[in-house]
Design a protein around this ligand. Structure first.
Ligand SMILES: *Cc1c(COP(=O)(O)O)cnc(C)c1O
Length: 397
């Protein structure tokens, strides 16, 4: 048997491939430079143009660009009216920002388990967790695959709950033919460099509700308005603006907006490339009993953000840690997404206990994300598959 690199064998390749990376072209760079030479570098015409473009892509009536996905989640939770005493049901396998926004508002996140095959929040678990204090649901389109939107919307309707979709992974995904961004009460996007399209840092909230939209605008910019209809001390003096609530500075700059506009022009291409790579991995792994392939629901036409390699621990002699390190030594560098949020020591300090979400915990203990981004070449993906197979063969029971 071929020796693994970790034990002194030669690695599958010399240079490292990481699990994700941004894809910036000369046209993206030029768009940023042009904006830096223009009259506005923040909150000018590029942010307005981008908001319009995002409405076009998502089919939403309104879009509010902000400085990060975390900011998008924060102002969404505020606009939804989350306050101390409220419970909000959140996916358990996600980045901590999905539930931190509930804490920012003084509310209590309640973690729902995932389905063992799709890795998305289980609507039956949501139902089980509803109490008189439940105010809403924050559901994450994990890996880019849409959550079960119809089932979640039905639960929200029955129990009068808000539905925030954390779409940090899923820009470009369609659910029953409709784009993510127009399906929930509010949808939050992130444009961090690991995501499908990037603004360096950035985020957005989309909504179809005008009242919500007005609140989001206020929270983005200190709670200050220039709209006389929103003022308490009304005046049309040209210099006057008034703070009517407590908000933040969560604005996006115009040069970030220019970068994202340019990136969004490539979204169909990025989506096609990501899909093709995910399909190639599925094809390579589907007949290997040591690996589970993520179930895809037919409703979701997925712009895949992450590819999850999930191991069957019954069929391997190694731990996930050993598998991860061996793959790393072969120069295929995975990452783990995610620690169940309530396993973070901060959440433990709030009283959350292990054992809350068994499917999420089992998923975390056996999974890792392998390289997936549009600039991967045929050879790169062949090498990833070769490295995975080499490690599996070595540790096969
Ligand atoms: C990246 C991410 C966020 C946070 O976005 P930032 O832009 O990094 O603040 C929130 N939720 C999920 C699921 C994410 O992947």
């Amino acid at each position: 048997m071929e020796k693994l690199a970790i034990f002194g064998g030669s690695p599958v390749r010399e240079d490292r491939i990481y699990y994700g990376r941004q894809c910036i072209g000369e046209d993206d760079i030029q768009a940023v430079v042009d904006t830096l030479r223009s009259d506005y570098i923040t909150c000018g015409p590029k942010v307005a143009e981008l908001e319009k473009k995002l409405c076009g892509i998502t089919g939403a009536k309104y879009a509010v660009m902000v400085s990060s996905g975390t900011a998008a989640l924060h102002i969404s939770a505020m606009a939804a009216g989350v306050k101390p005493g409220d419970e909000v049901i959140v996916s358990s396998i996600t980045f901590a920002a999905s539930s931190n926004c509930v804490l920012y508002c003084g509310g209590t996140p309640v973690f729902a388990d995932i389905k063992p095959d799709t890795y998305n929040i289980d609507p039956e678990e949501i139902k089980r967790l509803i109490t008189p204090k439940t105010k809403g649901i924050i559901a994450v389109d994990f890996t880019g695959q849409a959550v079960e939107v119809d089932a979640i919307r039905e639960i929200c309707k029955q129990h009068n709950l808000f539905f925030i979709e954390d779409a940090a992974h899923s820009i470009g995904t369609l659910y029953n033919g409709k784009p993510v961004g127009s399906l929930a009460d509010m949808t939050c996007f992130s444009f961090h460099p690991v995501k499908t399209v990037t603004a360096g840092e950035g985020g957005a909230v989309t909504t179809n509700d005008e009242e919500t939209y007005k609140k989001l605008l206020l929270y983005r910019s200190h709670g200050i308005t220039r709209d006389i209809n929103q003022m308490v001390n009304k005046t049309d003096a040209k210099w006057y603006n008034e703070q009517v609530t407590l908000g933040f500075n969560y604005r996006m700059t115009d040069f970030q907006a220019a970068l994202l506009i340019s990136q969004l022009n490539k979204l169909p291409d990025f989506k096609a490339k990501r899909k093709a790579i995910a399909e190639k991995y599925n094809e390579a792994f589907k007949d290997m009993p040591e690996i589970f392939v993520q179930k895809e629901i037919p409703e979701s036409d997925t712009a895949r953000h992450l590819y999850e390699l999930r191991l069957d621990p019954e069929k391997l002699t190694c731990t996930r840690r050993e598998f991860f390190d061996a793959l790393y030594a072969e120069n295929t560098c995975p990452q783990v997404h995610y620690l169940p949020v309530y396993w973070h020591s901060y959440y433990e300090s709030l009283g959350y206990k292990h054992g809350l979400c068994p499917n999420a915990e089992a998923f975390y203990e056996n999974s890792m994300s392998i390289p997936l981004y549009p600039a991967l070449t045929e050879k790169d993906t062949d090498d990833v598959i070769k490295a995975v197979k080499k490690v599996v063969e070595y540790y096969r029971k």
